[in-house]
Design a protein around this ligand. Structure first.
Ligand code: FAD
Ligand code: NAD
Length: 359
């Protein structure tokens, strides 16, 4: 019965076709989704292996084949957003007539729950590593040429490394290379680089290994995951961001999007909790309404101090009008996020008005 269900679903929602010219192979996927966009299409093409995944709500449609003949590394993706048609175009290496697209591999032409698909990893090259603070670095990774992948706002990827013979996987939230000046122009993904702001812990298993990577080394990066929907921001009038330490990372793209592309927003405020002044990430780029709160300040600190608390939140988290539509996003150490959510609920904010970033 399950199989019948799956077959009917993919018949209803997705199908594919392909055609060729002397020099090109075009794979067409019909999704019948009205709001198809580049973030919902993930393509990997390496060594004659093609994997194209389309995200349709909480489902995933997959085309996965060993191509009949070789193609060059570059891949182009065209999307007809209104009709939900996705074209994936490759250049043939040789002008040969292909008899078939290729041999299917596991999962080919299936439409299943995203959570059942499993993560797919591709190797990305470490391009640069720049200091952000005494313990945090900005890592720039480059996607392989045959990959098309955009990480949506509020989503994370998993990095995978073999450490002492064991596979270790940890989630990280991509940021922008910097926050745009005055937020006049939206900063868009260049399609090639992924920037990660990562705190290196002195006894951290994964981050120590990461810190030892050399420029030019490779690391496996997964498909994006996460349940944040940007429509949550698009309909808000007040946006409040509560970040603790590297819990700042999901706020970067969110801020950029909110301040450059959402017209109905009246107020955007961020409260950034850190232990000390030296821990504040990108402080010189944060020039909008922002409140810094330190839990371990030196005696010269004149700003606010303390940990997240009901009284701090009641002071800073206020609706601009009694009936404004509010979205409060919170991210940081697990106890910080859990306590924050509880305090917000105690202050009368509903579940729908709060988004907590977790794994
Ligand atoms: P671990 O070996 O796990 O330990 C880290 C440090 O914490 C060590 O000093 C250890 O002694 C201590 N420690 C470990 N467990 C505990 C505990 N339970 N209580 C107290 N101390 C403990 N991190 C970023 O820097 N940037 C990001 O963008 C980012 N995004 C994330 C997104 C998601 C969805 C999630 C869930 C986490 C994210 N993280 C991010 C955290 C990241 O996934 C790792 O947890 C972090 O890098 C530490 O990994 P590690 O293996 O180096 O540390
Ligand atoms: P940190 O130790 O530097 O602390 C940051 C702030 O959180 C400080 O103000 C500190 O006082 C406060 N804090 C710490 N423990 C607290 C507690 N028990 N109760 C209340 N407040 C507390 O933080 P860090 O080392 O930068 O860690 C950031 C955390 O954010 C990590 O746990 C990481 O996994 C998480 N994170 C999650 C996501 C996500 O999407 N889920 C993304 C990025 C980071």
């Amino acid at each position: 019965a399950n199989n019948i269900y799956v077959s009917i679903l993919y018949f209803l929602f997705c199908s594919y076709d392909w055609f060729q010219t002397d020099s090109l192979i075009t794979l067409v996927i019909y999704t019948k989704q009205k709001d198809m966009n580049a973030e919902l299409v993930i393509v990997d093409c390496q060594d004659k292996r093609l994997r194209g995944e389309i995200i349709v709500d909480d489902h995933s449609y997959l085309v996965a084949v060993d191509l009949d003949h070789a193609v060059s590394e570059d891949v182009a993706v065209n999307i007809a957003e209104k009709v939900g048609k996705v074209e994936i175009i490759f250049n043939k290496k040789d002008n040969i007539h292909w008899k078939m697209l290729g041999q299917p591999w596991e999962g080919h032409n299936t439409f299943i729950k995203r959570t059942d698909r499993g993560l797919f990893y591709r190797k990305c090259k470490l391009i640069s590593k720049t200091e952000v603070t005494h313990d945090t670095k900005l890592f720039c990774l480059m996607l392989p040429k045959g990959t098309h992948l955009h990480v949506p706002i509020g989503q994370h990827v998993y990095l995978k490394q073999i450490i002492a013979g064991t596979e270790v996987v940890k989630p990280y939230t991509p940021v922008l290379p910097f926050l745009p000046l005055n937020f006049q122009e939206p900063s868009h993904h260049d399609g090639v680089h992924i920037y990660l702001m990562i705190k290196i812990y002195s006894h951290g298993l994964f981050t120590q290994a990461l810190d030892h990577l050399q420029i030019g080394d490779y690391i496996s990066v997964s498909n994006p995951e996460g349940n944040f929907k940007k429509s949550q921001v698009q309909t808000s009038e007040d946006l409040l961001l509560l970040a603790g330490g590297t819990g700042f990372t999901p706020m970067v793209k969110l801020l950029n999007f909110a301040l450059t592309e959402v017209s109905c927003l009246r107020t955007v405020k961020m409260i950034f909790f850190n232990k000390t002044e030296n821990d504040i990430l990108w402080r010189n780029q944060l020039e909008f309404e922002i409140q810094f709160i330190l839990s371990q300040p030196t005696k010269d600190w004149v700003g606010k101090q303390g940990k997240i608390s009901s009284s701090l939140l009641s002071e800073f988290v206020k609706r601009s009008r009694s009936d404004s539509k509010v979205l409060i996003c919170i991210c940081g150490p697990a106890p910080f996020t859990e306590q924050g959510v509880q305090y917000l609920k105690d202050l009368g904010y509903s579940q729908e008005e709060i988004h907590a970033f977790t794994a």
